[in-house]
Design a protein around this ligand. Structure first.
Ligand SMILES: CC(C)=CCNc1ncnc2c1ncn2[C@@H]1O[C@H](COP(=O)(O)O)[C@@H](O)[C@H]1O
Length: 181
């Protein structure tokens, strides 16, 4: 399975780094491919290193203005450079069977909301998991719940996104959704 991971490009403390590394190891050991933004920075690098060390394949989709900072990869790994952020998001989704949103800032939020919006409109049916490491997304979860409770969501929240507290639960949900378990 090709699993797209959105997450921070910042260097972060152990409470966020540990689950990122753990998820990467599970992904690699499970024989899956990581599809990610291609960066060699922060948590994005932690995940790429973890997948590579565990024997998984990497598919990066960087973007023109960040291409100089993209990870150097060689076959069977892959790196594509998109023209802009819009094309990058489209390519990340196109190359993936499932999406995991991990802790991040505005870049991660941008990617997450676009993927959920496209799913809401039936443009894709790929499973999306929000990995709530160290309770980072408690506030967002509450906001989504309020959107649903007050009639802002035309589809059930559970049909849009699955909240996982730990990496093992996140991967198990994806494997079950895709029938590879
Ligand atoms: C030092 C430096 C400029 C590093 C490069 N920085 C980046 N390289 C690649 N993708 C990025 C970078 N910053 C943001 N992104 C995109 O936005 C998300 C992370 O943004 P953020 O850190 O959550 O807001 C990633 O999923 C990635 O697709």
């Amino acid at each position: 399975m090709n699993i797209c991971v959105f997450l921070s490009a910042a260097d972060l403390p152990d409470r966020y780094t540990r689950p990122a590394r753990e998820f990467a190891e599970l992904l690699g050991r499970g024989g899956h491919t990581l599809v990610w933004g291609g960066s060699e920075s922060g948590l994005m690098k932690v995940v790429a290193d973890g997948v590579e060390e565990a024997g998984g394949r990497l598919v990066g989709v960087s973007v023109d203005f960040l291409a100089a900072k993209a990870r150097a990869v060689s076959a069977p790994d892959e790196m594509v450079i998109a023209r802009d952020l819009a094309e990058r998001k489209a390519l990340l989704l196109e190359k993936s069977d499932a999406v995991v949103i991990m802790v991040g800032g505005t870049g991660t939020l941008d990617e997450a909301t676009e993927i959920l919006e496209l799913k809401k409109h039936g443009k894709h049916t790929k499973p999306v998991v929000l990995l709530n490491s160290a309770g980072f997304y408690d506030g967002l979860k509450e906001q989504f719940q309020r959107m649903e409770d007050e009639g802002f969501l035309p589809v059930p929240l559970t049909g849009l996104v699955f909240f996982a507290e730990e990496p093992v639960g996140a991967l198990a949900h994806l494997e079950e959704s895709m029938g590879v378990r």
